[in-house]
Design a protein around this ligand. Structure first.
Ligand code: NAP
Length: 522
């Protein structure tokens, strides 16, 4: 950057920084307030009238229809089609990467200030349509009102947080000045990114990975989950409305197994931002590592994967609070969070009392259509047979949707499959531990390492958990779900992924590369 460039950069950036208040998490809607209830009911009605519409596939500004369609269903009422989408062909997938590649030079040369402004506009637009997005999540992902609202609030948080982060990273970075030199380090974008989100946070995770890539100056191909493409299509339209050029991204619904390999392996793909299951993440990692003819870089993989998250209940814990935390973490959004508690590991001195409390609290949970706010739990995303992920032990609950009663299975040993494998549904395994050290060893006996929690009043045990509980996100005397952008940068160890720490100060660096410039001046 020469002096003039530097000056205009600083002027632009200081204007935007000054207009940006300190980051604050988006408040969650309080649905006990009549105004919020009415707003949500109105949004549900509006969105219901739009169910079954057809959406285009977007490749570099072109709106495309394909012969084969993808239909997303309302898991509370599977006869109801939420959206009809185009199924991308391998040819379209290749076109999307080529299109992103051809626009990269232009987009990466736009000023960071401009990209930040667009991102803030996206945040404003999501906020303006918050209840509508909530409603789409209720219908397409089976989220209850509060779970849907938390997803949308997190999407807003990602936009606001990464906009601020980019103000920090887009300028010259401080480096030591060698005598007789002008030394500088600046961050550059990477190139074409493939964004592959899961269905369980169809807005927040899709938005987080997409805007992180765009605001840092990359171009992207967004491949939404086949379970929740309508939420993705609504966000793609919003990106355009916020001012992101139609060539900066493609929106490419289609089956991951049909186009995923092509997108990942394409020689012009520079990085993949993936969130989903362990097996798909490992496949992407392996394929991305293989150099293709014509490829000029080592691909970067940002992969956030599954969990088998444990909550330890110590002998002196407040058992009421611990049982509340375990039940909320295990059965919120039907246990379909990567951070969900699927293992409760309980000191044997309090095991029976704790189990009794968990049983009572679990039996009080209501299960039914997620549009009805009386239900604490909605449906699971599908009947399970499609993806080969049956939820063992769960009895169906009444209704035409994919309803499963929350299930607690006691006296599970650590070598049982239910203790080791991710189930991704409302199933909690409860295991007896001899003492705290045993409990900690059991919690760490996992290939995963995403979230974990300890309920204890023993300062020594709390200290030990800080040091030895091997998870990316540790919670003490609170539930293990509900990470907040900014406060709890999110990402796991081991088979839970690359520990990218979404919503934290390290995240945008994953979408950038640093260039050092040394100029002799004397
Ligand atoms: P998934 O089956 O792995 O699918 C995730 C995404 O990958 C979908 O968009 C899917 O497309 C796509 N995909 C499938 N095969 C592919 C391939 N060969 N190449 C490229 N992409 C491919 O996971 P999911 O069922 O949607 O989500 C649940 C999982 O995500 C759980 O394991 C959960 O723990 C994990 N998760 C992790 C985090 C975290 O931060 N660590 C957060 C949320 C969820 P299709 O839909 O078309 O198959």
């Amino acid at each position: 950057m020469d002096r003039q460039e530097c000056l205009s950069y600083l002027v632009g950036m200081s204007a935007i920084s000054q207009s940006l208040p300190e980051f604050r998490n988006e408040p969650l809607a309080d649905f006990s307030m009549p105004a919020n209830r009415r707003a949500m009911e109105t949004a549900l009605e509006k969105v219901h009238a739009e169910l079954g519409r057809e959406y285009d596939l977007l490749v570099g500004g072109e709106r495309i229809k394909t012969a084969e369609k993808l239909r997303s269903l309302n898991p509370s009422h599977p006869a109801e089609v939420v959206g009809v989408h185009q199924k991308a062909t391998p040819e379209l997938a290749a076109r999307a990467v080529e299109s992103a590649y051809s626009y990269f030079a232009e987009w990466s040369a736009t000023s960071a200030t401009d990209r930040i402004r667009k991102l803030l506009a996206a945040a404003r637009l999501i906020r303006e349509h918050k209840f509508e997005f909530d409603a789409w999540l209720v219908y397409e992902a089976g989220k209850t009102w509060p779970e849907a609202d938390a997803d949308v609030a997190e999407a807003i948080d990602f936009c606001e947080y990464y906009a601020r982060e980019m103000t920090r990273l887009s300028g010259p970075q401080p480096v030591v000045q060698m005598p007789g030199e002008k030394d500088e380090m600046r961050y550059l974008p990477l190139g074409v990114g493939i964004v592959i989100p899961p269905w369980n946070f169809p807005l927040a995770i899709l938005v987080g990975m997409t805007v992180a890539a765009l605001v840092t100056g990359n171009t992207v191909v967004i491949k939404p989950s086949s379970e929740t493409p309508t939420v993705g299509a609504k966000f793609a339209e919003l990106l355009l409305e916020a001012g992101f050029p139609d060539r900066s991204f493609s929106f490419l619904p289609g089956s991951g197994s049909a186009i995923g390999d092509l997108l990942v392996a394409h020689p012009k793909t520079r990085f993949i931002a993936f969130t989903g299951s362990r097996d798909v993440g490992l496949r992407i990692n392996e394929l991305a590592a293989k150099t293709q003819p014509g490829q000029r870089w080592i691909k970067r993989v940002i992969a956030e994967m599954g969990g088998k998250d444990a909550i330890i209940v110590d002998s002196d814990a407040d058992l009421e609070k611990a049982a509340d935390g375990v039940v909320a973490s295990a059965f919120g959004y039907q246990g379909q969070k990567c951070s969900a508690c699927s293992r409760a590991i309980v000191d044997e001195r309090v095991y029976d009392t704790f189990l009794g409390l968990v049983k009572k609290k679990t039996e009080a949970l209501t299960v039914g259509p997620s549009e009805d706010p009386a239900n604490y739990m909605g449906p699971v995303i599908s009947d399970g047979s499609k993806e080969g992920k049956p939820v063992t032990g769960g009895a169906p609950a009444p209704g035409d949707g994919y309803f499963i009663k929350p299930t607690v299975i006691a006296d599970i040993k650590s070598d049982a499959r239910i203790f080791q494998e991710e189930i991704f549904g409302p199933v909690l395994a409860v295991t007896r531990a001899k003492d705290f050290d045993h409990a900690l060893a059991l919690a760490n006996d996992s290939q995963y390492g995403l979230t974990g929690a300890l309920y204890s009043n023993n300062p020594e045990h709390i200290r030990e958990a800080r040091d030895k509980f091997f998870v990316g996100n540790l919670y003490l005397n609170r539930k293990c779900t509900g990470a907040m952008v900014g406060a709890h940068p999110f990402g796991g160890f081991n088979m839970s992924g690359t520990d990218s720490k979404a919503g934290g100060p390290d995240y945008l660096l994953l979408f950038l590369q640093a260039k050092s410039i040394a100029e002799r001046v004397a």
